[in-house]
Ligand binder design. Structure first.
Ligand code: 3PG
Length: 467
């Protein structure tokens, strides 16, 4: 890696990082030799800087596909926070870009907010009598970093806590001294309080449905500091109307008009903006963790907090190799009707990614001439009805980490194998010739010839004479 890559820290108009958090993370990044620009997402310089950015640090600002497309150098997006539903993960992965979150860094802030909301609703400081939390039944859906902190606080209040998480077992719950329900709906069963801590994904959409809501005790309190779409809103509104004692408290649900209209009847408590990570500490911890994760990724290839799985950093050089091999083979067979490829060793697990780069090389060299993204190259291959065949590697051949391509058209065929030596891509075979050709930016002249005395000299002579 060169040491002058650009990190773009993008914040939202209504949600900048606390200034200390920003200053400290910028300092960390600069000390690691990176160039850093911290901008509000609406700043017009964003468009100018995106094409040069290698790393992006964001909060809940949206990173859609078209924004990713405007950042061809991007290697990593770090969401300083827990939920990463604001990033087009599939698109980032298809472009070989890692996405990370900073799990746990704002867990305390969210967990404490749950109890601020609860107190504001059941024990407001307004001179009137409220209710206590002690001995009340408290359910938690989602037992990750935040769910665990919520459980700890609830236990401190003397509440009876039961949790459910589809990725956890009763052993984890036991270790934390809480009960474990059998299913999502069971964790709602007979609860006086229920707090949601699941992410927003395709699978979790509308999780809190009619059945879950009906399972809670009459007059229960539902707290949603997770995401708006984990709730089935039709069911929620029906439940609010059917049980006038039921309360819904959420800092993530501002946009639901129908709920806003129910605000005045005190069943709903919705602050004007998302508040989960709005503490000095959460801001500071998440921003600095994000900066550190960028540095660790850049310096050591650490991807511990990655939430997707493109090619690991130690194999990144092989994407360039794949492109170079694609280009090289296209010089022989510019319009192949079939592209065969074999990825040896650990590369085979990412063959879907490598083939995109092979095709990129093919089209960039073979007639098309323009630079393109790997994903564009795949669509172009489909348009041209190119047959693509992945060959299973025979790793006993001992090629190590290598890629072999076979480009075939009606009357020509080329087989090229390449690998990385040191950090340089190199061709190790062209057709029947085992060879070593370093792949650099240069013009290559390859001549296959029977070895008669004087032939090489003659060829060189011809080239020189041709200028
Ligand atoms: C999170 O997912 O970390 C919280 O929802 C906080 O997000 P924020 O950066 O929008 O405050």
């Amino acid at each position: 890696y060169t040491m002058s890559k650009l990190v773009l820290i993008l914040t939202q108009v209504d949600k900048p990082f606390a200034s200390d958090a920003e200053q400290h993370s910028v300092q960390l990044l600069k000390r690691a030799g990176l160039t850093v620009e911290a901008l509000c997402e609406t700043d017009e310089r964003v468009a100018e800087l995106l094409p040069d950015a290698s790393f992006l640090i964001i909060r809940s600002n949206k990173v859609p596909a078209e924004m990713i497309d405007r950042a061809p150098k991007l290697e990593l997006i770090v969401r300083a926070g827990a939920g990463y539903d604001n990033v087009d993960l599939e698109h980032a992965t298809s472009k070989n870009i890692y996405v990370m979150n900073t799990p746990g860094q704002n867990a305390t802030a969210v967990a404490e907010l749950v109890f601020s909301l609860i107190h504001s609703a059941v024990r407001p400081i307004n001179g009137k009598s409220g209710t206590e939390l002690k001995n009340k039944k408290f359910g938690i859906l989602g037992f990750g970093n935040i769910g665990k902190q919520v459980a700890m606080i609830a236990k401190g209040y003397g509440m009876v806590v039961e949790v459910y998480d589809m990725f956890e077992t009763s052993d984890t719950a036991m270790r934390h001294g809480v009960g474990f329900a059998e299913s999502t709906v069971e964790v709602f069963r007979d609860k006086d309080y229920m707090s949601l801590h699941i992410p927003s994904t395709k699978e979790t959409k509308g999780t809190v449905d009619r059945e879950c809501l009906a399972a809670m005790s009459p007059g229960a309190v539902l707290v949603n500091t997770a995401r708006v779409d984990v709730i089935d809103h039709e069911a929620l509104v029906a439940h609010l109307q059917a049980d006038p004692g039921f309360k819904y408290l959420s800092d993530v649900d501002q946009k639901t008009d129908i709920l806003q209209s129910l605000m005045p009847n005190r069943q709903i408590l919705i602050p004007p903006k998302k508040m989960g990570a709005q503490t000095f500490e959460a801001n500071f911890n998440a921003a600095c963790a994000a900066a550190q994760q960028v540095i660790d990724f850049m310096q050591k290839g650490i991807t511990r907090f990655a939430v997707n799985n493109p090619v690991p950093p130690e194999l990144k050089l092989y994407t360039d190799l794949a492109t170079s091999l694609g280009r090289f083979s296209a010089a022989y067979v510019p319009k192949p009707r079939e592209v065969q490829y074999t990825c040896y060793g650990a590369l085979n697990a990412y063959h879907d990614t490598f083939v995109q780069y092979i095709l990129k090389g093919l089209f960039e060299q073979g007639g098309h001439g323009k630079a393109m993204t790997p994903v564009e190259a795949v669509s172009l291959a489909e348009e041209h009805s190119i047959d693509i065949e992945m060959r299973n590697p025979d790793n006993r051949k001992g090629y190590g980490l290598a890629i072999t391509l076979g480009f075939v058209d009606d009357d020509t065929r080329v087989e090229v194998r390449g690998t990385i030596v040191g950090r340089e891509p190199e061709i190790s075979r062209v057709n029947d010739f085992k060879t070593r050709i370093p792949l650099r930016e240069a013009i290559y002249v390859l001549v296959e010839t029977a070895d008669h005395p004087g032939v090489e000299y003659q060829i060189a002579q011809n080239i020189v004479e041709a200028g």
